[in-house]
Design a protein around this ligand. Structure first.
Ligand code: HEC
Ligand code: HEC
Length: 325
């Protein structure tokens, strides 16, 4: 009996299985769950009756940025190009593999104009198709230019060179730059031409902080968090906070060392918990209105980025900060 049942079920399964096969390659065969084959959602480029302009592909909401993206807030001016060189840095550590990929990207995006050696003798110029010689990337000027300046030029364009920001992702831009710096200019891998940090400020960080706490004691900052009392450290929260921090903050902050922004170690000795939360959740307004945040911006030159954390996420990061020793 058992044998017969298994035989019948096996036969049945085989029939189902075979009926899914196609006789000819132009037909997909039967499909059992058409809902999974044909999307019920609107396709990216289909018409959409729900929006006034009837397009399905939407632009991001004004004033928002995707997670993990560091905004490039510079204008296409010479002043901003120089400024980008001073304060805009590659958040990733570059490896030789990136230089190799940079070479391939350079060949796609730059080589036709700037040439294999970067001297401006690209095919478009040598074949007379382009009458204006593209700049040399190995001139004294460009040998001394920091990577942030290259990033500015690639992103926004320069003179008659067009902007490439929409065609090349930020990571790929850094790879191209690293290739130019390391292979065409012979510079060291991952070198920072100008340090972010002004090493000779008139006031030491300790004096700076002492002055701030005297001038502005117990500031709660401007933002959604009005009062917050801390209990004993919750390790699970701190662990989750560390993960968020690694992903969203570590491109600018190192736990115990000054980097593009201050080190969060000991932050609650100098700021209130409310202030820290508001700084994470509402940095733009903080930098405009809160006296401490204003001073910080002056001192660290680049602004603190709004990473769009939820209040809960920010609270976890704060818990992580409390564990730093
Ligand atoms: C269509 C040709 C073309 C392409 C493609 C192109 N450039 Fe340029 N680039 C130029 C020209 C022309 C100039 C000089 C602009 C001027 O002087 O008005 C220039 C200038 C520059 C400068 C500034 C040099 C200086 O002396 O100030 C840099 C840096 C640069 N390009 C890098 C790149 C990189 C990197 C790529 C690839 C991502 C690239 N360019 C792609 C034509 C091009
Ligand atoms: C694009 C770089 C950047 C990113 C990303 C960034 N920050 Fe900052 N942060 C700064 C800079 C620069 C400052 C100091 C200057 C200022 O406040 O404008 C700062 C200041 C701060 C301060 C105040 C420190 C103090 O000593 O008072 C806190 C707290 C802070 N950041 C937390 C975070 C957290 C949490 C994240 C991740 C969710 C984050 N930051 C992501 C650049 C950044």
């Amino acid at each position: 009996m058992l044998k017969l049942t298994s035989f019948i079920s096996l036969l049945f399964l085989t029939i189902i299985f075979l009926s899914a096969c196609d006789r000819d390659r132009n037909h997909p065969g039967h499909s059992y769950f058409p809902d999974m084959v044909k999307s019920r959602a609107y396709e990216s480029y289909s018409e959409n009756p729900n929006f006034a302009d009837s397009t399905s592909a939407r632009l991001p909401v004004n004033g928002t940025i995707p997670r993990g993206i560091i905004p490039f807030d510079f204008e296409k001016t010479l002043e901003d190009r120089a400024l980008a060189g001073q304060i805009f840095f590659n958040p990733q550590k570059m490896k030789l593999k990136d230089v190799k990929e940079g070479k391939e990207l350079y060949k796609v995006f730059c080589y036709n104009c700037h040439g294999l050696k970067g001297n401006g003798m690209g095919y478009l110029f040598t074949s007379d198709r382009f009458t204006y010689q593209p700049a040399s990337l190995i001139s004294d000027k460009m040998m001394n230019a920091p990577r942030g300046e290259f990033f500015h030029v690639i992103t926004l364009g320069y003179g008659i060179m067009g902007a490439h920001g929409s065609q090349i992702t930020p990571e790929d831009r850094w790879k191209i730059i690293e290739y130019i710096k390391v292979k065409l200019q012979g510079k060291k891998l991952g070198e920072r031409t100008i340090s972010v940090i002004d090493d000779s400020p008139k006031e030491s960080i300790a004096d700076f902080e002492a002055r701030l706490s005297k001038l502005y004691p117990n500031q709660k900052g401007v933002g959604p968090v009005k009062s917050l009392s801390l209990e004993t450290i919750n390790n699970k929260m701190a662990e989750e906070g560390q993960k968020i921090y690694k992903q969203m903050c570590s491109s600018c902050h190192k736990p115990t060392k000054r980097y593009i922004g201050p080190a969060p170690i000991g932050i609650l000795e100098r700021r209130t918990p409310e202030w820290v939360m508001n700084m994470i959740l509402n940095p733009k307004e903080m930098v405009a209105k809160d006296p401490i945040a204003k001073e910080l911006l002056g001192r660290y030159i680049s602004p603190m980025a709004d990473q769009n954390l939820s209040e809960e996420e920010a609270r976890k990061v704060l818990e992580y900060f409390r564990t730093l020793k």
